[in-house]
Each structure stands twice: as structure tokens, then as C-alpha cells.
Design a protein around this ligand. Structure first.
Ligand code: 5AD
Ligand code: FES
Length: 350
């Protein structure tokens, strides 16, 4: 089947039916990938030029009460050496990041009860008071509506919470019984109502994932209209129940990045660390497929190895203390430029 007509329809209308999304995935070829990539890059250049937004990722804790079957920091992994940063350590990462040119900080961590509203709220307030020209993004999992509301009052601007899969049955295959698809989705809607810029997302090639599931993810993205969307390949972690499942591919991840760019031309779309982990040029290839954000690590070098959601994560060695510089030159080499600004979503005139 020739999917070129579907691709043009997507570029023109920013929407396809579930069956059409599925067909676009199942019948993909090198030619269709190239066409999608060209149209996606044209859209991203129209809106964002050749700029790449940068986010300083601070991995605040790998202590987690959850037990997601794919994740290396799940609570039942006894081999994970646990750590949490102190508020002072987080603030000094942000200060250092500011000097390096970061204007967005992403605080990411497991669901660690130490980071209650008091603790997390004061960290957010302090970052915003020291650096009022910066955005603070939280990626701290599922919390109550009251908690999200409070953190928003403290100054948090954005929240990343990947939906992981838009198919309820698939969701239960990836998560322990006590976690629910309905609760996850409810969190996303609450975050939206509270005025956060919201990011959803999913893993490409997660265990049991089918083209139908991915079509549902794309339909969800089309209708929910997130400001940000994080996708990266699933990569097995040796101490999880999914250790023997194959990793997702660079090829399909880049194909989906292009599709998502065409669904929402203005979406903030990172070329993720996981993509850089499965291929030494993964992040570059992500950018060249339509992504416009990179999220280098700002965590203290001595904890980086411990925040291992999947095996062989990049940027965990001594040499990686300056991810910002590394990415600067990597982006330059492919004709893009990292810029020093908050990097909010640009709303289109059309
Ligand atoms: N491979 C790839 N991505 C993973 N994540 C968690 N575990 C893995 C893995 N093994 C992703 C999840 C989560 C985000 C923080 O990292 O999608 O939402
Ligand atoms: Fe971390 Fe290159 S981005 S070392």
C-alpha cells in the first residue's frame, strides 16, 4: 500500500482516523519515512526555524514507590542504589545550569514521598525567585490535584507525565495492579485544567505494543493537544521483568517523531536520551526527523549512573559533565543551533 496520500492528508489536516494511523505505521517504507521527514522538518523550520530548545534535566531522586515493569528504578529492584538530592544540591545544579545558559529546569524523579508539597514547593519557589526568567518543569509522577495546584502556585510552569500507552489493556500489561490508566489520564486532565503546559508521551517498542496501540497513542495526542510530547525507544533494564524483551528501534521512533510534528506543528518535541542511547547519532537523527528540544543532564555526575531507567544510558560518565557543550557542537554539526531562552511553545497564527 502506498501511504503517500495519507501523509499528505496528515500534513494538510493534522488528523487521521485510527485505521489510517495504523496503516501509516504498518505500511511504512524508506520512501514514506523520507516524505514524512521532509514535511515534518518543513513545519518545524516554519515555526521554530533551525533553533533547538534546551532543558537542564535534574534527576532529583531515584527512590520510587511505584513498580512499573519496564523501569530500572522500580521499588522491587534491590540492585538499584538509591539516592536523593538535597534541596541545596538541586538549587546548586540550577545555579550552575543558569550560568551555562539553561532557562528551563526539569526536576525529574521517582515517586519519592520525601518530595512532599512542602519540600518540592520550596525548591520550586526558590528556583523561581533566584531565576525569575526561567521556566520550571516538573516530572515527578502522579500526585493529587491539590498537590498539582499547590506546586503551580509555587511557580511550576510545566509538567511532564507520559501517558505510557493510550490503550487500557496495554497499560495494565506494563504496570502493577495498583496503578491505573484512568488515574493516569485523570492526572493529565487535572494538570491541563490547572494551567500547566502539559507533556504526555510513550515508549516506542514497549513489550506487547502493536501498531494499533501506537495508532491510539497518536489519536490521543491529536485530541489531547499536549504542549510537549516525549517519546523514546523502550530499552530493557537487566533488573526488571522485561529484561529479555527487545529494544524499540531508532527507525520507528524517528518515523513517529515526524508524524507527531505533523499532527501538532507547534508541539515541543524532544530528541530523548533514550534515542541517543540506542544510536550514537540518535538525538541528531531525532532532530532531523522533526524534534526541536534536547534535554541534557545537569545532575551531579556522582548520581548519574544511579538514575538508570534502562541499561547503558548515555551521559553517566565523568566525561559528560558538560553535556551542554557536547550538544551545542552536535547540533551545530547538523545545521541547528541551541538557543538560550525559556523555549515556550509558539502558538501559530493559523
Ligand atoms: N526504556 C525506555 N524508557 C523508559 N522509561 C522508563 N523506563 C524505560 C525503559 N526501560 C521512560 C518512561 C517514563 C520516563 C521517565 O522514562 O516512559 O515515563
Ligand atoms: Fe551528555 Fe554529550 S550530551 S555527553
Amino acid at each position: 500500500m502506498d501511504v503517500a496520500p495519507l501523509i499528505h492528508k496528515l500534513a494538510d489536516t493534522h488528523s487521521l482516523s485510527l485505521d489510517e494511523y495504523e496503516a501509516l505505521i504498518v505500511n511504512r517504507s524508506e520512501a514514506s519515512a523520507k516524505l514524512l521527514r521532509n514535511l515534518a522538518v518543513r513545519e518545524r523550520v516554519r515555526i521554530y526555524g533551525r533553533t533547538v530548545y534546551v532543558r537542564g534535566l535534574i534527576e532529583v531522586s531515584n527512590i520510587c514507590r511505584n513498580d512499573c515493569l519496564y523501569c530500572g528504578i522500580r521499588r522491587s529492584n534491590p540492585n538499584c542504589e538509591r539516592y536523593r538530592l538535597t534541596p541545596e544540591e538541586i538549587l546548586s545544579c540550577a545555579d550552575e545550569g543558569y550560568t551555562l545558559g539553561f532557562r528551563t529546569f526539569v526536576l525529574q524523579g521517582g515517586e519519592d514521598s520525601y518530595f512532599n508539597d512542602d519540600v518540592l514547593g520550596s525548591v520550586v519557589r526558590e528556583i523561581k525567585s533566584r531565576h525569575p526568567d526561567c521556566a520550571v518543569t516538573l516530572s515527578m509522577g502522579e500526585r493529587s490535584r491539590e498537590s498539582y495546584a499547590y506546586l503551580r502556585e509555587c511557580g511550576a510552569d510545566r509538567y511532564l507525565l507520559r501517558h505510557e500507552t493510550a490503550d487500557e489493556t496495554h497499560y495494565t500489561q506494563l504496570h502493577p495492579r495498583e496503578m491505573s490508566y484512568a488515574h493516569r489520564m485523570n492526572c493529565l486532565h487535572e494538570l491541563r485544567e490547572l494551567g500547566y503546559a502539559v507533556g504526555c508521551g510513550f515508549m516506542v517498542g514497549s513489550p506487547f505494543q502493536t501498531a494499533k496501540h501506537i495508532a491510539q497513542d497518536l489519536k490521543f495526542i491529536e485530541t489531547f493537544r499536549p504542549e510537549m510530547c516525549g517519546i523514546g525507544p523502550f530499552i530493557p533494564h537487566k533488573d526488571t521483568p522485561f529484561k529479555d524483551y527487545p529494544a524499540g528501534t531508532l527507525e520507528l521512533t524517528c518515523y513517529l517523531l515526524s508524524i507527531i510534528r505533523l499532527i501538532h506543528p507547534s508541539v515541543l518535541l524532544p530528541a530523548t536520551t533514550a534515542l541517543g542511547t540506542i544510536d550514537p547519532m540518535g538525538r541528531e537523527k531525532g532532530i532531523m526527523s522533526g524534534a526541536n528540544v534536547v534535554m541534557p543532564n545537569l545532575s551531579p555526575v556522582n548520581v548519574r549512573k544511579k538514575y538508570e531507567l534502562y541499561d547503558n544510558k548515555i551521559c553517566t560518565g565523568e566525561e559528560s559533565a558538560q553535556c551542554r557543550e557536547c550538544l551545542n557542537s552536535r547540533m551545530k554539526a547538523i545545521g541547528y543551533e541551541i538557543v538560550t531562552c525559556r523555549g515556550d511553545v509558539i502558538r501559530e497564527a493559523v
